[in-house]
Ligand binder design. Structure first.
Ligand code: G3I
Length: 376
């Protein structure tokens, strides 16, 4: 009996040892505090503090956080007028306890929006007036609830095509091209103290970038926008740092701040080489496209560290125009990229590994900043 108990204790201790990775002594947010906020997207298990270990690690490293899903429309207003703020309130509690700013995500998007938003009477599509009324009610409902608690909001998410035209979403079809401006108007009125953001992926792509910059300039003239969010779902070798830098300059020239809102670096091959974060662009599982199931080989890990470092050099160079840099997930085990664009892969895109241990890419960011400090 005694032996069995001892064995169980030993097993429990080894599991703890496996997961109790040493918390890094550095606090990334603090290290970069004079440059920009360092943020992280967190899932609901973490922000409700069920996943205590991750909640503690995140609080020890980051000074900004984005809800990965719990402030999207399908979560906050699943039925018309019936708001559900439970998970978002848990997140606010966690953020306030740890003095972390909140980047709200997201108010108006073509995805994760319930069907009823676009439905009218007798199975007909809703009219422009009805959809605008629902848009206003949603933005007001959510933003007023979190007034003074959420620092910045992604007001409109992913409204552009790659060629710089507007995506043919239900929003555009029913309301028309001015749905974006309307959303920003409602948002500005709902919480004048919140920073308002237009957020998109592939925001480095010149044709898409120019479309976004034009919009930003127009909205800025009307006092309706504060920042463009460059999602930054990158690949290990694409896009070039030149494309990233050109985009930052372009948005800065449009008169808005840049927020890097969803950074990760996919290390796995994609069968069609496409760079996208369009969640409908899934691909078939192929063994050859999942080569690192047993861990990331040292040479790839080094390549990933160099990639993070090169990109952060650009961010630091333009820090006066950058408000925040947020990674899309705390650790490789909780990254959306294990399921996209192919389900069931073992990806390694973030700063912490599956055992929550800091990776060489984390160390590279620490070293980069420390070296910069020495040069000053
Ligand atoms: O809600 C169900 C839940 O009831 C169920 O238990 C669970 C089990 O599979 O699935 C839950 O829904 C999932 C949801 O995440 C919450 O975990 C959805 O199936 C899944 O599709 C959803 O994925 C999210 C995705 O957005 C959906 O659009 C990812 O976690 C999230 O990382 C991802 O984030 C987006 C940004 O919002 C916008 N930019 C691109 C980025 C990556 O796609």
């Amino acid at each position: 009996m005694m032996k069995k108990a001892l064995l169980m204790l030993a097993a429990a201790a080894s599991v703890t040892a496996l997961f109790a990775a040493d918390t890094p002594k550095t606090n990334l947010g603090k290290l970069y505090e004079k440059d920009f906020l360092i943020g992280v997207a967190l899932n609901q298990r973490i922000t409700s503090q069920q996943d205590k270990q991750r909640a503690e690690l995140a609080a020890s490293q980051f000074n900004c956080l984005t809800p990965e899903n719990c402030m999207k429309w399908d979560a906050t207003e699943p039925q018309e007028g019936k708001f559900n703020f439970g998970p978002g309130d848990d997140l606010v509690k966690y953020a306030q306890k740890n003095k972390i700013k909140i980047h709200g995500h997201t108010l108006i998007w073509h995805s994760q929006t319930p069907q009823w938003v676009f439905q009218g009477e007798n199975g007909q599509p809703a009219t422009r007036e009805l959809v605008l009324k629902r848009m206003k009610n949603h933005i007001e409902g959510v933003m007023k609830h979190y007034k003074g608690k959420v620092d910045a909001w992604d007001v409109v998410n992913e409204a552009f095509n790659e060629d710089g035209t507007l995506r043919n979403s239900r929003w555009k079809q029913i309301v028309g091209d001015d749905f974006i401006e309307k959303a920003f108007e409602f948002a500005r009125a709902a919480d004048p103290s919140a920073k308002l953001v237009y957020n998109d992926y592939n925001a480095y792509n010149p044709s898409k970038r120019d479309g976004i910059a034009k919009l930003a300039k127009e909205l800025k003239k009307k006092g309706l926008i504060d920042a463009v969010g460059m999602q930054a779902h990158y690949l290990i070798d694409y896009p070039s740092t030149k494309l990233i830098e050109d985009a930052i300059k372009k948005y800065a020239d449009a008169g808005v701040m840049v927020m890097v809102t969803e950074m990760d670096v996919d290390v796995l091959p994609r069968s069609n080489g496409r760079v996208t974060a369009d969640i409908s662009a899934t691909q078939e599982y192929q063994e050859k496209n999942n080569p690192y199931t047993k861990g990331l080989p040292d040479d790839v890990s080094k390549k990933l560290a160099d990639r993070y470092e090169d990109i952060f050099k650009v961010f630091l160079k333009h820090s006066k125009n950058m408000y925040s840099v947020t990674v899309w997930g705390l650790d490789d085990g909780t990254s959306w990229l294990n399921g996209f664009p192919v389900r069931g892969r073992t990806n390694h895109p973030l700063l912490f590994d599956r055992q929550l241990k800091q990776k060489p890419c984390y160390d590279a960011l620490v070293k980069l900043k420390q070296q910069q400090g020495l040069r000053k």
